[in-house]
Design a protein around this ligand. Structure first.
Ligand code: CP
Ligand code: NVA
Length: 308
């Protein structure tokens, strides 16, 4: 059975196929057509952390496609009420697909070993593959193709940065990470990422101005991710010079666009006037969560796993 626990689970061609389905279904949605391609399928959402975009986009897309969803919060007792070897096989025998948002990536991997239906990672401390699919769809829409994309990610090389980097490597998009050394990917992670690269490899630098020079996509995420709240003060101090502000945007390529997975902390990783500017495409990017994930679920339940 195929799961999508990270983008390592998808080849370059499979990512392209997911995005192709996503774009086709988005176009039809814009025309007012919602094909019932997931008729009566039931999607579970097992979430250990807060969410707005991921939860609402999954719950909505399955309804567009003729199915329904169940939101499963802490009251179902995942990890507290019964062992995983009872909990996961039973829960997944009721469902057609399960989206999990977990504190620890290992929990999602463990769940996949006991699962009777495909699992999608809806964010862990390690990665956020659904976000990266929407990011790539958005970059493609903004630039008309991925061919001339040059992406700079500014700030903490976190879960969102990891999936973005993997997607860029899979699709041959050059990506530079600009961060203080201790917030960059470590050597082992870089080796993992570059193992799937074609001709393009991740670059990392502490030189923010050199990193954004010539880039047409500037991306950032929060300095303090969910679960790191106790480190917040230190992180704000360490990353203070890496804010995406108007001055930094003016050093990027002419017409460069700004992306952020959201939620954002205006005044920390991004200045309010950048996220609210014409260069910002964050609303389109968030909207694309719906379409990219619709492509992913349709692909996973029809082409990758057939009739489950
Ligand atoms: N970007 C993202 O995953 O948002 P939520 O945490 O609101 O789902
Ligand atoms: N890096 C952030 C992303 C939230 C969508 C976090 O993990 O909290």
């Amino acid at each position: 059975m195929r799961h999508v626990l990270s983008l390592f689970d998808l080849s370059s061609d499979e990512i392209r196929r997911v995005l192709e389905i996503a774009s086709e279904l988005k176009q039809r949605f814009v025309e007012g057509i919602r094909p019932p391609c997931l008729d009566r399928q039931v999607l579970g959402l097992l979430f250990e952390k807060p969410s707005m975009r991921t939860r609402v986009s999954f719950e909505t897309l399955i309804r567009h496609a003729g199915g329904s969803s169940l939101f499963l919060g802490s009251d179902v007792g995942w990890g507290t009420r019964e062992p995983i070897q009872d909990f996961i096989p039973i829960m997944t025998s009721y469902l057609d697909c399960l989206v999990i948002r977990a504190k620890r990536h290992e929990e999602v991997v463990a769940a996949s070993h006991y699962s009777r239906c495909p699992i999608i990672n809806g964010l862990t401390d390690y990665c956020h593959p659904c976000q990266a699919l929407a990011d790539i769809l958005t970059i493609h829409e903004l630039l008309g193709s991925l061919e001339n994309a040059k992406v700079t990610y500014v700030g903490d090389a976190n879960n969102v940065a990891f999936s973005l980097a993997l997607a860029c490597n899979r699709l041959g998009v050059p990506l530079t990470i600009a961060a203080p050394t201790q917030y960059q990917f470590n050597e082992e992670t870089i080796d993992q990422l570059n193992a799937v690269a074609g001709d393009t490899f991740i670059q990392q630098t502490t030189d923010l101005h050199a990193a954004v020079d010539g880039s047409n996509i500037i991306y950032t995420d929060v300095w303090t991710s969910m679960g790191q709240e106790s480190e917040s003060k230190q992180r704000i101090r360490d990353l203070a010079d890496y804010q995406v502000n108007t001055e930094l945007m003016s050093r990027a390529a002419v017409g460069a666009r700004f992306l952020h997975c959201l939620p954002a902390r205006r005044g920390e990783e991004v200045a309010g006037d950048v996220i609210d500017s014409r260069a910002s495409a964050v609303i389109q990017q968030a909207e694309n969560r719906l379409h990219a994930q619709k492509g992913l679920v349709v692909w996973l339940l029809t082409e990758a796993n057939g009739n489950h």
